[in-house]
Design a protein around this ligand. Structure first.
Ligand SMILES: Cc1cc2nc3c(=O)[nH]c(=O)nc-3n(C[C@H](O)[C@H](O)[C@H](O)COP(=O)(O)OP(=O)(O)OC[C@H]3O[C@@H](n4cnc5c(N)ncnc54)[C@H](O)[C@@H]3O)c2cc1C
Ligand code: SF4
Length: 520
């Protein structure tokens, strides 16, 4: 027997979790289907060995790249999706990111909505996810009301770096963060400002993730039902192909079916595209809602790298992810193309470095390096190329094909950061040159995030006005299916160069308003 609901939401991450929260108060019967379980609360939540070296919480699914080589994706299937593990850096896209932008590597296309269309939802998402920040210091920050909470302070080494960047003419800012930190009440603050935030689940539920701030509160409404361990295998349509009529789910080893007036897919950009492709039928031979042939295409994951600046000066910072720099986001005096965004990852340690180090590197070297490094995170825009795409193997498993682009922008962004680092002042704590390398002057160790690093996945089911070039309309409804919506990172027509989660959350609230009118 197929149980029927008003709305079914597939996936509980930034998109699905936020939508479930905003629709919960409508009183409509809402079914939330999540393939994962709750993240177990255990000491390993905060173990860098368990999380980074052993990959304890990563999916064990195996994907393939275009050449057929195995990919072990760094992604997580749990209630709350990847927000359980995110660094909670919650940025708005820049106003200009909504328009067409010329990059060194090509054109970043315009969105079918403007910054002003999304702005009220950004403000709501910042309240919901308790973002701490300071508006308007970042020179590229788009207009908006002050953040709901004050910025997270820098620890001394990071403050010194911020002062140095400012002295060099840059405008460093405090990264907007969704953590429940109250620095005025240290003994009472829910967030304890630990060193294992970015990449880890929060053991004390103080990170504003989709489970804590959206899914759990939504479940307090009796009209909302969550089924965990519920893997959606395919969506079936009516004979006309205009309506999703059945959701086929594998749960506890059995097949179950559900139906809903409105079906919302929010499995993350790669899994959502795979689900639509797996749901091909006579009316949708290339995949559900894929008459345009864009489903799965234009995969973007950001051009990201981690750059460790190792120096004589120790870096005892615990919570490192507080400082950002966007001075080169749109270009610089000597290069008239966007370069991207500079901020930090969580403080690296020896165990984390071991996950990517050659076997010959002795553990103590890695520990020592980590004690002396500033660990930057650099992001340049990944441009939407049609052949960077998700397809399915013969057995239905995921194939991710990708050729890097916009590499020159990223190379120049790295060079800008290195040049700033070379011009730092003497260390106020130790009295020597902070930038003087441990083993040589200015030791930089950089690593591009490999293809398996799909944390910022987006773009695979793009929205737009033209059904020939987009799969979703401006409300994120499928052009070709009347009751099908997508609200995860799939809808992005361009990736911009700041972290994606707040835009996914804000858009879910926007689509939520549209659905409320439709359901009324
Ligand atoms: C380590 C890490 C750090 C990050 N840091 C940041 C950051 O600081 N700032 C930022 O903005 N972003 C960050 N991100 C990215 C951010 O987490 C994602 O952009 C965001 O979670 C994507 O939201 P989503 O709704 O698209 O997908 P997800 O959050 O991935 O949610 C998708 C959900 O769908 C479920 N699902 C998948 N397939 C199925 C299926 N077939 N049936 C049922 N359920 C299914 C999954 O289990 C998952 O719960 C980070 C990500 C990682 C991994
Ligand atoms: S306590 Fe604070 S810093 Fe530590 S994981 Fe939780 S939210 Fe992040």
């Amino acid at each position: 027997m197929t149980t029927r609901y008003d709305v079914a939401i597939i996936g509980t991450g930034a998109g699905g979790g936020t939508l479930a929260w905003t629709l919960a108060s409508t009183g409509k019967r809402i079914l939330v289907l999540e393939r994962g379980e709750y993240v177990p609360r255990e000491k390993d939540n905060w173990s860098t060995r368990a999380v980074n070296l052993e990959g304890k919480y990563n999916t064990k699914e195996v994907w393939r790249d275009a050449a057929g080589a195995e990919l072990h994706p760094h992604t997580n299937y749990y209630v709350g999706g990847n927000t359980k593990f995110y660094g909670a850096a919650l940025f708005r896209l820049r106003r200009e990111d909504f328009g067409e932008l010329k990059h060194w590597g090509g054109v970043s296309p315009a969105w079918p909505i403007s910054y002003e269309d999304l702005e009220p939802y950004y403000a709501s998402a910042e309240r919901l996810y308790q973002v701490h920040g300071e508006r308007g210091v970042d020179p590229t920050d788009p207009p908006g009301a002050p953040y709901p909470h004050p910025p997270v302070s820098h620890e001394p080494r990071i403050q010194q770096l911020a002062d140095d960047f400012a002295r060099l003419g840059c405008r460093p800012f405090h990264v907007p963060l969704g953590v429940m930190l109250d620095e005025t009440k240290p003994g009472k603050s829910r967030c304890i400002r630990c060193g294992t935030c970015d990449g880890h689940p929060c053991l004390v539920s103080a990170k504003a993730d989709a489970q804590v701030v959206c899914v759990d509160p939504a479940l307090e409404h009796p009209n909302v039902t969550l089924l965990t361990g519920a893997l959606v295998k395919r969506l079936e349509t009516s004979a006309s192909g205009r309506e999703v009529t059945r959701i086929v789910v594998e749960r506890g080893g059995a097949v179950e079916t559900y139906a809903a007036d409105i079906v919302v897919v929010a499995c993350g950009a790669i899994n959502s595209a795979a689900l639509l492709l797996r749901s091909a039928n006579d009316r949708h031979p290339r995949g559900l809602a894929n008459g345009s042939d864009v489903v799965g295409r234009h995969y973007m994951g950001h051009v990201n790298s981690v750059l460790m600046a190792v120096s004589k000066c120790p870096n005892p910072t615990i919570f490192q992810k507080t400082l950002g720099l966007n001075d080169f986001y749109f270009g610089s005096e000597d290069w008239d193309h966007p370069m991207g965004h500079i901020s930090f990852v969580g403080k690296l340690d020896g165990d984390t470095l071991k996950a990517g180090a050659p076997a010959i590197a002795p553990g103590w070297t890695l520990d020592l390096m980590a004690r002396h490094s500033l660990d930057f995170w650099l992001t340049s825009e990944d441009l939407p190329a049609p052949d960077n795409r998700v397809t399915l193997d013969r057995d239905g498993s995921i194939v991710l094909s990708y050729q890097p682009n916009n590499a020159e922008a990223h190379r120049r962004l790295i060079a800008k950061l290195k040049s700033l680092m070379a011009r730092q002042t003497k260390c106020r704590v130790h009295g020597h040159d902070c930038h003087e390398g441990l083993f040589a002057r200015n030791l930089f160790l950089g690593q591009r995030i490999p293809l398996a690093g799909v944390a910022h996945q987006n773009g695979t089911i793009r929205f737009g006005h033209d059904p020939r070039t987009s799969a979703l309309d401006a409300d994120c409804k499928a052009h070709e299916v009347d009751n099908l919506y997508v609200v995860d990172g799939s809808f992005f027509p361009s990736s911009a160069a700041v972290n994606p989660a707040l835009t996914i959350m804000a858009n879910a609230l926007r689509v939520g308003d549209h659905l409320k009118s439709r359901l009324a």
